[in-house]
Design a protein around this ligand. Structure first.
Ligand SMILES: *[C@@H]1O[C@H](CO)[C@@H](O)[C@H](O)[C@H]1NC(C)=O
Length: 277
């Protein structure tokens, strides 16, 4: 009983401690992608797929609960074996801050369909085998309120180990780039993304400021008025021609459109977490 109570308190502490990195992200308005300050996006994870006996980075993702990672549906292929690396910054080095977790369960959005990307629902939830140790290099991002819509031009940051430029090499160090939000009415114009972008998506960038940085499944990080960082989007798709094409912003699954769905699964995870402990 006491144990359960303490764990509930711990859970609450995580929830209230969301979105407040010890190392503050560099929010100078640098337009092109740059190396992030190490561990300034402590909820950023590397999703890695097993090939032979080795694991390779395949997608980004966001830690949103002690055992709970949000990524894109298209990052998951049935039958593949994955792991999650937290506390990562420089992929080329063992920095001593990395924590590796296996995945206990993968929940891909039931309506995600790789053949109909424009329908949306590009979302997956990963349940880790055990909670990482929360410290200066690993922490959770905040989830937005259900149905919250950001105004046009809200400065958000994409983060990830994605390509530095079109067909460029993958950087070793975590990158970030400033991507202002493009409101739906603009993003869905026929000369922008047209009908390919749905109201359950959020667009950001689409100008010279749209770096190529970041990668699938990773977060669109936006600072809330309360000073906490929220994961407002999950990177879904970019223009296949070039990364920073004018009028072709990066398109994200809009987290706030899926809050109920996420929380429903999250509560199941919380109950599980309390029981096994
Ligand atoms: C965080 O915890 C991990 C795992 O115990 C550890 O390796 C790391 O040194 C800790 N501290 C920081 C700042 O990452």
């Amino acid at each position: 009983m006491l144990q359960t109570f303490i764990l509930l308190l711990l859970q609450t502490a995580y929830v209230f401690g969301c979105g407040t990195p010890t190392v503050k992200p560099d929010t100078n308005r640098i337009v092109n992608g740059v190396d992030a300050r190490p561990h300034s996006w402590p909820w950023q994870i590397s999703l890695q797929v097993k090939h032979g006996s080795r694991y390779h980075h395949t997608c980004g993702g966001t830690l949103i609960g002690p055992r709970w990672v949000l990524t894109a549906g298209h990052c998951i292929w049935p039958g593949d074996v994955y792991r999650v690396v937290l506390g990562e910054h420089d992929m080329s080095q063992q920095e001593g801050t990395e924590q590796i977790r296996d995945i206990l369960r993968i929940i891909v959005h039931p309506k995600w369909d790789i053949d109909h990307v424009a329908n949306g629902n590009d979302l997956a939830l990963l349940k880790l085998d055990k909670s990482p140790i929360m410290n200066d290099s690993v922490g959770v991002a905040c989830l937005p309120e259900a149905a919250e819509i950001l105004t046009h031009g809200t400065p958000c940051y994409i983060s990830g180990w994605g390509n530095l430029y079109t067909h460029g090499p993958m950087p070793d160090k975590l990158q970030q780039a400033l991507l202002p939000v493009v409101e739906h009415s603009v993003c869905s114009r026929s000369d922008w993304w047209g009908i390919n972008v749905k109201s359950t998506m959020i667009c950001a960038g689409g100008d010279i400021v749209a770096g190529c940085n970041g990668d699938s499944g990773g977060p669109l990080n936006c600072l809330g008025q309360d000073g906490r960082w929220y994961v407002q989007g999950v990177t879904s798709f970019v223009s296949s021609r070039v990364c920073n094409e004018v009028k072709k912003p990066t398109v994200f699954t809009r987290t706030s459109a899926f809050i109920d769905c996420i929380l429903k699964n999250y509560e199941n995870v919380m109950i599980y977490y309390i029981q096994i402990n």
